[in-house]
Design a protein around this ligand. Structure first.
Ligand code: CMP
Length: 138
């Protein structure tokens, strides 16, 4: 069990002005921010980040959406970070997300679903290294 996870506040939630509310819910839940930035993925960045989904029918839509506007990228620290963060954000499809979860509150659809959360310790490390240099992590 690792104690870090990686998150992005996605273009829909940034555009709608939810950065503050989402970060507040994350820190209130006991996560410490180890690294954070406001940035925008290029099409190539988004293709690489989501390469694991390249065979899926929604890959093109996902890449287009994730590169469409600024995002907040962050590394979060907490005991059992990956599992606890996935619980906090709720199901990928906001219609199936539990009451009170970040996606239930802020997501619009399965594609525009407000936040990303790593699905394993291995991916938390890969995704953190994709976005941050060592000197940006505290
Ligand atoms: P995320 O946790 O960022 O990881 C992969 C993303 O693919 C997921 O969130 C969704 O936003 C997106 N996704 C999954 N299923 C679909 C779908 N059926 N249509 C569009 N996007 C999807």
């Amino acid at each position: 069990m690792s104690n870090i996870t990686f998150t992005m506040i996605k273009p829909d939630a940034v555009k709608d002005g939810h950065i503050g509310a989402i970060l507040n819910q994350i820190t209130e839940a006991g996560f410490r921010i180890k690294a954070m930035k406001l940035t925008q993925l290029t099409v190539d960045d988004a293709k690489k980040f989501y390469e694991i989904h390249s065979a899926r029918p929604f890959y093109g839509e996902l890449v287009e959406f994730m590169s469409s506007g600024p995002i907040v990228a962050a590394i979060l620290e907490k005991d059992n970070a990956v599992a606890d963060f996935r619980k906090l954000i709720g199901a990928t499809n906001p219609a199936e997300a539990e009451e009170g979860t970040i996606r239930r509150k802020f997501a619009k659809s399965v594609g525009e679903n407000a936040v990303h959360g790593s699905d394993s310790d291995e991916n938390a490390n890969i995704e953190s290294n994709f976005h941050f240099a060592g000197r940006e992590v505290f």
